[in-house]
Design a protein around this ligand. Structure first.
Ligand code: SF4
Ligand code: SF4
Length: 369
């Protein structure tokens, strides 16, 4: 057996074992709607993708409830879309998952467009789930017109900034609450990273700034033409702030600083992937991490269009679907092909089973103080 074969067999065995032990993914990206307030240039979750991949109607609340009944525990639940805050019952939906499963943490990413609606639902969620760490991540893709051009909406920038400021005020009153800002680097904003960093530092001085890279097949194919130097620039800005002691990063729970440490290492891992310096393999999508779309289809990640099945065909039993033959085959496929991408969420879970990243994470955690 050569070293590659050994690695493939080890990771296939490890990911199958993890899926078997936990029964369901511990890091779940749950699409709760496919409706969005935006039409972003860089978005892979676009009309073409939805027409091709979403073959059923959106799950009803009762169907989400049956899904929750099949899950024992979730370490991290991302309620996404589209725009999760678009749902009138987002508070009830998230709270239902907290009641029915052992939910350790949850998060909602948002465009930040409808400030009042978002802040009000956030506060209701915090009141309904006082002991569960919760984070809202707001997208900020540029300053002024750059953001609006990317998001294809005329007043998106002011509204997103207001939402970030208002959510940070809320953070003062709830120790289990955290606010993040996410910037997706694309062709349109890559020359303005310093300006974005300055605004983030001003309106979001004590929280995490997450940097994503445009991925998949976005509405505007040009959006993926990103210079690595732009990504590195953002990394340097955060790194400088950490060195100066002016960067606090994630909060809201006792292990929050580890998330910031992981993000720091993840930025380096992404740079290495983009430069072709890092081997593939060892992805934990399909074992620790998984995606459930609003039509009930389940996939290992957002990038690999290999459906494992639809919850409606499994009587909403995620355990059965996650431990079925299709899932085992995809887990093997991922390791045999040395699958690799820069999808930030799945890199986060994969780093948990990639020991070479652990010393750097410990070093970054110490640096954060
Ligand atoms: S990137 Fe997010 S906010 Fe923008 S269109 Fe896609 S789902 Fe909507
Ligand atoms: S490497 Fe990327 S595309 Fe491949 S399985 Fe993992 S998350 Fe999906």
């Amino acid at each position: 057996m050569n070293s590659q074969t050994i690695k493939t067999e080890l990771y296939t065995s490890l990911t199958n074992t993890l899926a078997h032990i936990f029964r369901t993914p511990q890091y779940i990206i749950l699409f709760v709607t496919d409706v969005c307030w935006m039409r972003c240039q860089h978005c892979w979750f676009n009309e073409e993708w939805k027409a091709r991949e979403l073959t059923n109607s959106t799950l009803t609340f009762d169907e989400y409830e049956k899904l929750a009944d099949s899950i024992n525990q979730i370490k991290f639940l991302s309620l996404t879309g589209g725009e999760a805050f678009h749902r009138d019952d987002i508070v009830e939906l998230a709270t239902m998952f907290r009641h029915k499963t052992k939910l350790a943490r949850y998060q909602i990413p948002t465009s930040g467009y409808k400030t009042e609606r978002i802040v009000s639902a956030t506060e209701d969620l915090l009141k309904a789930n006082p002991d569960t760490p919760f984070r809202v991540d707001v997208s900020l893709d540029g300053v002024g017109e750059v953001h609006n051009e990317i998001r294809r909406i005329s007043d998106g920038y002011e509204r997103a900034c207001t939402t970030i400021i208002e959510l940070n005020k809320l953070k003062q009153h709830y120790s289990n609450f955290d606010v993040g800002v996410i910037t997706t680097i694309s062709h349109t904003n890559q020359d303005t990273v310093e300006e974005i960093g300055a605004v983030v530092e001003k309106i979001h001085p004590s929280g995490e700034w997450m940097i994503n890279i445009t991925r998949g097949n976005p509405r505007d194919p040009e959006a993926t033409k990103v210079q690595l130097s732009a990504y590195k620039k953002a990394h340097e800005i955060i790194d400088r702030r950490i060195a100066e002691g002016s960067y606090q990063g994630h909060g809201g729970h006792q292990t929050a600083k580890w998330l910031s440490a992981k993000n720091a290492v993840r930025r380096q891992v992404i740079s290495d992937i983009m430069e072709g310096k890092r081997e593939g393999g060892g992805c934990a999508a399909g074992s620790i991490g998984g995606v459930i779309y609003s039509d009930g289809s389940v996939k290992v990640c957002e990038m690999l269009d290999k459906p494992l099945g639809n919850l409606r065909d499994f009587n909403y039993d995620l355990t059965a679907l996650w431990n079925g033959e299709a899932a085992r085959q995809v887990r093997r496929f991922i390791q045999e092909t040395n699958c690799q991408c820069t999808q930030e969420c799945f890199l986060s879970v994969s780093m948990l089973i990639q020991p070479d990243t652990w010393p750097d994470m410990i070093r970054e955690r110490i640096r954060l103080g």
